[in-house]
Design a protein around this ligand. Structure first.
Ligand SMILES: [Zn+2]
Length: 107
């Protein structure tokens, strides 16, 4: 439940930031332009969505083992996209015992 509140807080902060951003000053050499917020925000959101989707698909195919119940599982796409990992272990929620712990990658 704590992580759901954290996600809501993160998404709400991002949406508020985008809504509060009215325009941006862009300086290229001696040129100065006032660029609308969506010219910067929309490509940034699209770029981040592509990066997170590719990351999710790449990490989703790995198998992780829960240290609590020894269940081996593949994380979901969203979990894979945002997981905290050091390369061999990742902080994931086990689909069997529902506990969040550092699961070791088995492949
Ligand atoms: Zn488990």
């Amino acid at each position: 439940m704590k992580t759901k509140a954290f996600r809501i807080l993160c998404v709400g902060s991002a949406v508020c930031s985008l809504l509060l951003l009215s325009s941006c000053d862009v300086h290229v050499g001696n040129q100065h332009a006032d660029v609308p917020w969506y010219v910067i925000a929309i490509p940034t959101v699209i770029f981040l969505a592509i990066v997170f989707t590719i990351t999710g698909y790449c990490l989703k195919k790995h198998t992780y083992k829960c240290p609590e119940c020894s269940e081996e599982f593949h994380p979901k796409l969203f979990s894979s996209a945002i997981l905290y990992s050091n390369g061999q272990e990742a902080l994931l929620k086990c689909p069997k015992c529902k506990k969040r712990s550092y699961c070791r990658k088995t492949d």
